[in-house]
Design a protein. Structure first.
Length: 139
């Protein structure tokens, strides 16, 4: 499924199964076999990528809930790994109240909760459990 803004492709969603639950009090779309979501900028450059083994989209709230082996990667290559993630598109935030690991070019951080803007440029880890700096030598 592709998402457009005018004639520009903004995102691409890939899933083997999609179930609409429109008779619920809060309608949602379920992705019981997982999702791959790719976000693009106006020049069709990938700005973020998210995969999960299970997800729900609450259309009215523009809110995603992803579970089970969630991996999100931003444009800089920063990687977030967790078992549960909420992406609130209206507020432009992503967050989790479960263990998270953030892998960046020069450090790996872990914590028990997390909040960030959509592109990971402002990250807040709660109950920081560990931070390891690494020296990466590029060839």
């Amino acid at each position: 499924m592709l998402s457009y803004d005018s004639t520009l492709i903004k995102s691409k969603l890939q899933t083997p199964e999609m179930i609409y639950h429109d008779n619920e009090k809060q309608p949602y779309t379920e992705f019981p076999k997982g999702v791959k979501i790719t976000q693009y900028d106006n020049k069709m450059k990938v700005v973020s990528f998210l995969t999960a083994q299970y997800a729900k989209l609450f259309q009215a709230d523009e809110r995603w809930e992803a579970k089970n082996n969630v991996v999100a990667i931003n444009q800089k290559g920063d990687t977030l790994k967790t078992e549960y993630l909420v992406w609130d598109k209206k507020k432009g935030k992503i967050y989790s109240n479960q263990f998270v690991k953030i892998i960046q070019k020069d450090q790996i951080s872990t914590g028990t909760a997390f909040e960030s803007n959509q592109d990971f440029s402002v990250i807040s880890l709660k109950n920081l459990k560990g931070q390891m700096y690494v020296d990466v030598q590029e060839k």
